[in-house]
Design a protein around this ligand. Structure first.
Ligand code: HEC
Length: 120
């Protein structure tokens, strides 16, 4: 192989590395952008002691005041199938990384007593 070709390939490596790193970066969550998706969650997650009944009876955890990193990890766990709950797996499957970051920002801003305040 000619030297200039080898040099060209060596020079491409850092560019590829930077591209991969940028791609892997987590998006920054914006709580205001979560509003449209929150509408999908409040039916279950804003009701204290609520139990969903399909396909089994599940206790629905309140999300207000939960740590953002925890919410992100939980939703990605449902996406990946590491966490198994049919409803949450299909809901999480419809969310982009940006949606997840926005929802995490939204819920982590709340406190336990604002859990029912869906407009906050
Ligand atoms: C039909 C009811 C329902 C809807 C709608 C719903 N969830 Fe859930 N969610 C549940 C149930 C039930 C669980 C507990 C499942 C389990 O035991 O793994 C849960 C668990 C979670 C968890 C894990 C909480 C924890 O403490 O581990 C997160 C995070 C979550 N949901 C986020 C959301 C978000 C965000 C939305 C809206 C985009 C949403 N959910 C919509 C029923 C629902």
């Amino acid at each position: 192989m000619k030297l200039h070709r080898i040099l060209f390939k060596v020079m491409l490596l850092p560019a590829a590395f930077i591209a991969v790193n940028c791609y892997a970066q987590e998006p920054t969550g914006n709580f205001k952008d979560a509003q449209s998706n929150v509408a999908m969650c409040i039916g279950c997650h804003a009701l204290p002691n609520y139990k969903s009944s399909f396909p089994l009876v599940y206790s629905v955890p309140l999300l207000g005041g939960q740590n953002a990193a925890y919410i992100i990890k939980a939703l990605k766990g449902y996406q990946a199938g590491d966490r198994k709950n049919p409803t949450m797996q299909s809901i999480a499957g419809s969310l982009s990384d940006q949606d997840i970051a926005d929802l995490a920002a939204y819920y982590s801003r709340q406190t336990a007593d604002s859990a029912n305040n869906n407009t906050k």
